[in-house]
Design a protein. Structure first.
Length: 94
């Protein structure tokens, strides 16, 4: 699933609805591509955390496969980088 644009207090309600519907209707979706997120705040982070908890309640693990610099900065600041699934290139680095 790809999320683009802002993940802020202004878009959080719509994003929450969108992500929740996708998790329920499309059980094959377990990966989030956030490479096109332009801005994220605590409301956007809350959407991600609720989505992760919802996925776990459905017996699935939600992973971020790509994050924009904004997303990566927030995840790094909050020590949540373990949530990001390493790419094949990152796995082969010494």
């Amino acid at each position: 699933m790809r999320i683009e644009g802002e993940m802020t207090v202004y878009t959080a309600a719509a994003l929450h609805t969108q992500v929740s519907e996708v998790l329920v209707k499309r059980p094959s979706i377990n990966l989030l591509d956030l490479s096109e997120v332009t801005e994220i705040d605590t409301a956007g982070l809350q959407v991600l955390l609720v989505a992760r908890r919802s996925a776990e309640a459905l017996g699935r693990q939600l992973q971020i496969v790509a994050g924009s610099p904004s997303v990566n900065d927030v995840l790094d600041l909050l020590q949540l980088t373990q949530w990001v699934k390493p790419t094949a290139a990152a796995q082969t680095k010494p």
